[in-house]
Design a protein around this ligand. Structure first.
Ligand code: SF4
Ligand code: SF4
Length: 385
C-alpha cells in the first residue's frame, strides 16, 4: 500500500522539552510563519515561542500573562514545521505545552465561553441570531457565516447492523454551519457505490479543545466519538477536514482503521471521477485551488486535489503560494487584526493570480474565504455537482 505521511502521525510520543531542544535557532522558519510575517515581533515567531518555552521549562522565566499570550498567537498552521530542516515537531510541542500550562481550571473565561458556545449552543439556540448578525457590518469583522444548513436527520444512519465501507465523520464546521456540504459528500460517495454510514452524534473531533489546552473536555468528546465508532462496522474513516485527520491519527487510538481526508480518499479509490466543468459558466473565468495548511503541510496532500483540478485545463490556475488564509479556528476570533492581515495577503495573491473561483477542501478555510472574499468560493465536493 502507498505510504502516506498521515500514517506516520499515528500515536507519536510527545515530549515538549525534547522537541524544543532540537531547535537550533537558525530562523529559517520565520518567514514561513504567517503570524510573524504580519506582526514582525520575535516572540510571535516559531523560534521566539520555542525560546520562550525553553526559558520557562529551564526556570529562567516565569509563566506570566504576556508569555502565555504569545503561546496563543499561533494558528497551529504547521508552516514552520513544514519548512524546518531540523525536524522540530512544532505542533506537538505547542499543543502539549498549552495543555501543560492551561489545565482546565486555568483556561481564560473568554476562551472557555467561546468554545462552549461554539460547540453546544450555536446550532440549537443561536442559529437565528447568527443569521441576523451575518447581515450586519460585524459579519466581516468576526467572520460570521451565512449558515447553509439542511436538516441532517434525514441523512443519519439508523440501522447499524450492516457492514459499511465508509464512516463519514462530518466535523464541526460543516455540521454547524454548512451541513448542505455533508449531504453533497454523502450522496457523491453513495453514487460512486460506497456504503456510507453517517451516525447521529458525531460532530467534532475535539481539536478545538485539545489545541487550546482544554484536554479534559477533549477526552470526554473523544470517548463519546469512540463509543459511536465501536457500534458500527466500517473500513474507512473519511473526514472532509485535514485537521480532523490529524486529530484522529495523533490523539485517537484507531490502529485498525484507515483514515482518509476526503480528497485523498477520492484520489485513491475513484480517481476517474469527472468534475463538472460547466461550473465555470463564462468562457473567460479561471479557477484555482487553495491548499489548506494542515492538508498540505502536515498531511502532504498536494497532488490529490490537483489531479481533479487539472480537468479544467487552461482555466485552472495553479496556486503554489502555500499562503495561509488566517482562520486558525478560535485564532480568528481572538486575534482578529492579525487574522485579517493574513487574509488580506492571501486575497491580494489570489487577485493577482486572476482566479474567479477558489476551491478548497478545509471547512475552516472555506468559511474564512467564503465569508470574506468577493470571489466565488466552493467546497471541493461541489466540483462534482
Ligand atoms: S524551528 Fe526549525 S527552522 Fe525554526 S529556528 Fe528552530 S531549527 Fe530553525
Ligand atoms: S504553526 Fe504557523 S502560526 Fe504557529 S508559529 Fe508555526 S508557522 Fe507560525
Amino acid at each position: 500500500m502507498e505510504e502516506r505521511r498521515s500514517d506516520n502521525l499515528k500515536n507519536k510520543s510527545l515530549d515538549i522539552d525534547k522537541i524544543a531542544q532540537i531547535c537550533s535557532d537558525c530562523g529559517n522558519c520565520l518567514y514561513s510563519c504567517p503570524v510573524y510575517n504580519s506582526e514582525l515581533i520575535e516572540p510571535n515567531s516559531p523560534r521566539g515561542k520555542i525560546n520562550l518555552i525553553k526559558a520557562i521549562l529551564d526556570n529562567r522565566l516565569k509563566p506570566n500573562k504576556i508569555n502565555k499570550g504569545f503561546m496563543f498567537q499561533c494558528l497551529l498552521c504547521g508552516s514552520c514545521e513544514h519548512i524546518c530542516t531540523n525536524g522540530v515537531e512544532y505542533l506537538d510541542m505547542m499543543i502539549n505545552y498549552r495543555n501543560l500550562i492551561f489545565k482546565e481550571k486555568n483556561i481564560p473565561f473568554k476562551k472557555k465561553t467561546i468554545l462552549y458556545f461554539y460547540q453546544t449552543l450555536i446550532l440549537k439556540k443561536l442559529g437565528w441570531f447568527l443569521k441576523i448578525l451575518s447581515k450586519t457590518s460585524l459579519k466581516k469583522k468576526l467572520t460570521i457565516p451565512e449558515i447553509d444548513n439542511i436538516n441532517l436527520n434525514k441523512l443519519y444512519t439508523s440501522d447499524y447492523s450492516k457492514d459499511f465501507d465508509i464512516l463519514l465523520f462530518p466535523g464541526c464546521v460543516l455540521t454547524y454551519f454548512y451541513s448542505s456540504q455533508i449531504e453533497k459528500i454523502k450522496r457523491f460517495l453513495e453514487n460512486k457505490g460506497f456504503k456510507v454510514a453517517l451516525p447521529k452524534g458525531l460532530k467534532c473531533c475535539g481539536f478545538p479543545y485539545i489545541s487550546q489546552g482544554w484536554g479534559k473536555r477533549f477526552e470526554r468528546l473523544k470517548t463519546k466519538n469512540i463509543n459511536i465508532f465501536s457500534d458500527i462496522k466500517f473500513k474507512y474513516l473519511v473526514v472532509p477536514c485535514g485537521t480532523g485527520v490529524i486529530t484522529f491519527n495523533k490523539y485517537y487510538d484507531l490502529k485498525e482503521v484507515e483514515i482518509y481526508e476526503f480528497t485523498e480518499f477520492i484520489y485513491k479509490f475513484i480517481r476517474n471521477s469527472k468534475v463538472n466543468i460547466n461550473i465555470l459558466k463564462e468562457v473567460d473565468k479561471k479557477i484555482t485551488y487553495h491548499d489548506p495548511c494542515h492538508n498540505l503541510k502536515s498531511l502532504g496532500i498536494y497532488k490529490e486535489p490537483r489531479e481533479f483540478m487539472k480537468q479544467f485545463g487552461v482555466k485552472f490556475v495553479d496556486d503554489k503560494s502555500e499562503l495561509c488564509c488566517g482562520f486558525g479556528g478560535i485564532f480568528s476570533v481572538g486575534f482578529q487584526n492579525t487574522s485579517k492581515k493574513i487574509l488580506d495577503k492571501r486575497e491580494k495573491y489570489l487577485k493577482e493570480n486572476g482566479a474567479d473561483i477558489v476551491v478548497t477542501s478545509c471547512p475552516g478555510c472555506y468559511m474564512q474565504l467564503k465569508e470574506n472574499l468577493s470571489c466565488d468560493v466552493k467546497f471541493f465536493v461541489e466540483l462534482f455537482d
